[in-house]
Every structure is written in C-alpha cells, then in structure tokens.
Design a protein around this ligand. Structure first.
Ligand code: OXD
Ligand code: MN
Length: 603
C-alpha cells in the first residue's frame, strides 16, 4: 500500500494491491491533485526528459512531449470489447473473451513497472455532485498521463472523498510496458467496469477517462441505466435577443468538431448580436430530466485537440486556449522552447526538431523529394477548457444544458446537401445510423469510397451497434419533448472539386436555420430525404455566394440517393436480426419516397 494513501476505501485498497502485485512497481504514489504535488511531478518528468518545459514567457507552464514513433494514434485493431458473450460486443467491435484478454494482458503487465512508479489517479467524469458524474481510478506508470488527466478531468482527493467507501468506480489500469506495437492492447471489460491499456503512451489509448470510459464503457452503462453517451460536441447559440439554445452534434473524427464547437460568428452575424458558447468539443453525456427533456453535459474539463490546421483564422478560440498550461505532443519543437505545426500561425522556430526529434526546417524534403512535415498529422494539444474564450458559463452545470437539436454530419463529396431535417425521431435515428464519410484524395484508399460511421460511434460504441440504435429509438419514446434531428455536410464539392460552402464561421448560418426549425419556424421544402431549406431560408447576408452554388448545395439527386439506399441496406445487413425494425421501415419509406419522386418527374 502507498504510505501516503489517503483512501480508506477497502475495494480500492484491495484492487491497488492486486495490480501492484501484478505490475511490481518500485513505488505506489497516491495522486491527491494538489498543485504542490503536480509541480513535483512536472519537475521529475522534465528531469528525465519525459516532458520538456517550454519557454515560460511564450508558453507559460506548458510542456512538450513526444510519443514513440509507432504510437501516434488510436489503434482500433488493438482495441477490444471483452464480454462473456461475443454477441454482446456485436459485429462492429473486435472481441476477446474476458479470460483470454486478462490472461494475455496479465503477461504483458507482469513485472512491467519494475524500476517505475505506479501513480493512483482518482478521477471524475462530469461535475462532482452531479447526477451525470462517474468515477474512475487510473493506475498508470506515466507522469505524462497524470498531467494530461489533470487537464482533461477532475482528479485527486475531491474525487476520492466523493467516492467514499463505494465500489462504484471504473478500474482503469495503464502501463507503458515496452511500447511493443504487437503487444499493444486496449481492453474494455464492461461487465467488470474495467479498462486495461498496455504498451501504449498515446493519449486516446491511455487517458482512460476519455474514449475508454466516457464512450465505450459509458455507452454500455448508458444502455443499462437509460441515458446516452455520445461522440458529440455541445454548443450554445446566443441570438440577438439574448436567448441561448443548445445543439449536440456528432461528426466522425477529423471533420472539424473542435472548430465547430468554438465557432466564431462571421462579422455580419456577430454585429447582429450572435454569440457561440462552447460546452464541449468531443463527448456528450445526455439524460432526460424530470420533465422529459434531454439535457447534456461535457464530462471533460479540457481539450485534446489536433494541432495541425489550428490557427487564428480556423479557430482563434483554440489558439487562445493553448496560450498557457498546455501540453503539446508530437509537434515541432524549437530550441528556443517554442512549438509550431503545419498550417499554424507564424513562422516555425529557426532552430527546430520535428516530432521525431530530427533537425527540421520548413521546406526540408525526403530522399524522394517529398516535403517532410514537422508535426505529426495527429499531433495534439491538451488545454484546460476554462481557457477557451467561448467557454460557456453553463458548461459545469450539474444538471447539464437543454438540447434543442441533434445534428449529424459526414464528409460527403457529392450526395448529401448542406443541411436537411429528419421527418421524425425515428427518421432522425435512421439518419444517424447511416452516417458516412467519403475518402478524399488526401486519404489513403479508394477515392470516393464510403465508410459508414453510425453516430460517429463506430470506434467507440461499447456494445452491439444494432442494440445501440434500438436504445436511441427507445430514448425518443421516453422523452416528453423531442429535439429535432438534422444532417449537415460542410464538404460538398463542385464540378471543379472545390468546396461549395465556405465553412468555418459561416456554418453559423446553417445552425441559425436549424434552431429556427427546432422552434417550429424557418422555411423548408419536403424532399424524399427530409426537409431542405427553401432557397431564401438561410440568412446569407454579407456572404458572397451565387444562387447556382446554393442550388447545388441544397440539391437532392434522386438517383444518387437510390444508390445510397442500396449501400445503407448492405450496411444494415451486417447487423443481422439486431437491426431495429423501425430502421428497416425507415429505409423502405425512403425508397418509396425516392420512387414517387422519379414517377412524378416522369409524369
Ligand atoms: C479524437 C477522435 O481524438 O475522435 O477525439 O479520434
Ligand atoms: Mn473524438
């Protein structure tokens, strides 16, 4: 037992003991969350080179860290849902039996912390005292993890005090091990409320409160307990009358969620009095309140955002958020203690090393003459939520914020119009369940290939996807006020392959229409796929966009949608008998509406 262990919790004590016996750390240190202790850890990590302290004037209290070159992103092929019955994990997850998974990973953990310290990090996802909050305890041999957890959630004594003698906490064990990629495992045991992660040091695999607890384990809990754990941003739109309404939106990774969550209104709308309030950029926990209204919290207290592409134009609020108290991972490091990344602001530091630690300068090329990027494409910043200028004053409300609209989005080069509204809750669930993105020329693989990512939860749903769809349908039945459901596509391209919509701040024009529709206002036209804005329904004042482009953006091409219906059917078939009948019916109604449209055009 750690000498300074402040917990009297017998369940926690027993588990720490067992895990320490397995991993054999030299020391077990209780993380109390105090600034004094964190300072000691920062100094220790700076001493060993695990973290590099950045220039205290340009980047106050900020650090740099590099992960192993084979360990720079989430590893979905090494991520498993370990349930007694394989069917409970469903066809979209990798599965292992709990016995096999524990046995194999125990081998990797055994003795792996010799010569190292095991840190005990009690953490809370969601505000303390809130009906939403869940408690976890992460055991880790990485100071980088402790310091990131400090930014991403509430840690330390306030959490263990709230836990008291209860056994109701997620047991999270993380060990860097040898960083051997073949032996990397991210294992979820929802039946045991346990996560084991070994042989990785990359954030998404090791900050176990985030994807592992707040999405995979939480989605399982949410199904049992009657709530929703979603891969969604939450934002508030304040209109000129001072009214603020909230939207929760799901997009696959790399579709600009953080940018949308921190959107800065374009001048035209800002001068009218519009403001955006950020509640969360990645995860939403959603419950029905006593009145049957959906309310959401962001269970995190920080941003773990992608650095490249973040600049004063794309996301000024993110730039402000990372000014201090930030950890940068795998970006360019200057000898002068500054950091830089591609499509960031300003010039790179003169004397710099890239994310692999090699001397680097802008324009440097590899042996084939290809430019070498200085920052890894998935390099990250970890920054405190409350440093965001658009942080909502209601982000920490224990009851959450009321949700007026759910928005789903994908990256579709052609098919999907800029925005459309589902006809009903079940139709909206169908829209979420059939979400997809197309590969662009910038991605590896066949261009135009469609990848289904239902509710942007494909890598994060901790149980059978068909049952998850059913849960969404059931939540709609339980609600007394139903938010409307929308689909957006910022990425539609014209004949010349250029984006038709300017995106970024201008997306607020679309959100404005969405909220009007949610209130029962706003003009729309029924099409086979849903309600689409009439040509003059969007407020385009101050935006230079011609009517042909708008027509193209809002167009619903019936033949392409017929192909889409075939593709959705093929995807649904992979879910077998667990696909809710409501979704089968929605697909068949979509086909009927498309056929009617063709018939009407022929008449
Ligand atoms: C993330 C992701 O890091 O979705 O948030 O990949
Ligand atoms: Mn995410």
């Amino acid at each position: 037992m750690p000498e300074d262990n402040l917990t009297q919790n017998k369940h926690l004590q027993k588990w720490i003991q067992e895990m320490a016996e397995l991993c054999q750390p030299d020391k077990v240190v209780w993380v109390d969350g105090s600034e004094a202790q964190l300072e000691v850890l920062r100094a220790e990590a700076a001493g060993t080179g695990e973290m590099i302290k950045l220039d205290p004037v340009k980047h106050p209290n900020s650090y740099y860290h590099r992960t192993h070159r084979n360990d720079v992103a989430r590893t979905e092929d090494k991520t498993f849902i370990c349930t007694r019955n394989k069917a409970d994990a469903g066809p979209t997850n990798n599965w292992k039996s709990p016995e096999d998974a524990y046995a194999e990973a125990s081998g990797f953990f055994r003795g792996s912390m010799r010569g190292r310290t095991m840190y005990v990090v009690p953490f809370a996802m969601g505000p303390l005292g809130s009906p939403f909050r869940k408690i976890g305890v992460e055991l880790t041999d990485s100071i980088y993890v402790v310091l990131n957890m400090r930014i991403m959630c509430i840690i330390g004594n306030p959490v263990s005090e709230e836990l008291g003698a209860s056994n109701d906490f997620t047991r999270c064990l993380h060990g860097k091990g040898t960083l051997d990629a073949d032996k990397r495992r991210i294992l979820h045991f929802p039946e045991d409320n346990t996560v084991w992660s070994v042989n990785s040091g990359y954030g998404g695999n090791v900050l176990l409160g985030k994807k592992c607890l707040a999405l995979r384990i939480a989605s399982w809990m949410a199904k049992q307990e009657g709530w929703l754990a979603e891969h969604m941003l939450i934002l508030g739109v304040e209109d000129p009358s001072g009214r603020t309404e909230y939207i929760a939106a799901a997009f696959p990774s790399a579709c600009g969620k953080t940018n949308l969550a921190m959107l800065l209104p374009p001048e035209g709308l800002r001068s009218k009095g519009y403001k955006i309030w950020t509640v969360g950029d990645d995860i939403a926990w959603i419950r029905l309140d006593a009145k049957g209204q959906f309310r959401a919290i962001n269970p995190e207290t920080g941003f773990f955002g992608v650095a490249p592409g973040t600049n004063i134009r794309t996301n000024p609020s993110a730039v402000a958020s990372v000014r201090k108290n930030t950890i940068f991972t795998n970006v360019v490091l200057g000898k002068d203690g500054t950091v830089w990344w591609e499509e960031g602001d300003g010039e790179p530091p003169a004397d710099a090393v890239d994310w692999l630690g090699r001397p680097w300068h802008l324009g440097i090329k590899d042996a084939d003459g290809k430019p070498i990027a200085g920052a890894h494409a998935n390099s990250r910043f970890t920054a405190p939520f409350n440093q965001c200028p658009s942080a909502s004053p209601h982000a920490g409300d224990p009851e959450g914020v009321p949700i007026s609209a759910f928005v789903f989005g994908g990256r579709r080069n052609t098919l999907a119009p800029l925005v459309y509204e589902a006809f009903s809750w079940d139709h909206g669930v169908f829209v979420g369940s059939s979400m997809a993105s197309e590969r662009t020329a910038a991605q590896f693989g066949k261009q135009g290939e469609v990848r289904r990512d239902p509710f942007a939860m494909l890598p994060f749903c901790g149980y059978h996807m068909g049952r998850y769809f059913q849960h969404w349908i059931d939540m709609g039945r339980a609600a007394k006020t139903l938010p409307k459901i929308f689909h957006v596509n910022w990425f539609k391209r014209g004949q010349d392959n250029r984006f038709l919509w300017p995106g970024y701040g201008e997306n607020l024009r679309v959100l404005e229409w969405i909220l009007e529709r949610a209130r029962g206002e706003g003009d729309a036209e029924a099409t086979p796929i849903g309600y689409v804005p009439t040509p003059d329904a969007l407020d385009l004042a101050g935006l230079e966009i011609d009517s042909d482009t708008m027509e193209e953006l809002l167009k619903v091409d019936v033949n392409s949608w017929k192909h889409e219906a075939d593709d959705i059917e093929a995807f649904f078939a992979t879910l077998g008998s667990e696909l809710p009948s409501e979704l089968r019916e929605e697909l068949s109604s979509l086909r009927t509406r498309l056929d009617e449209k063709t018939a009407a055009a022929a008449r």
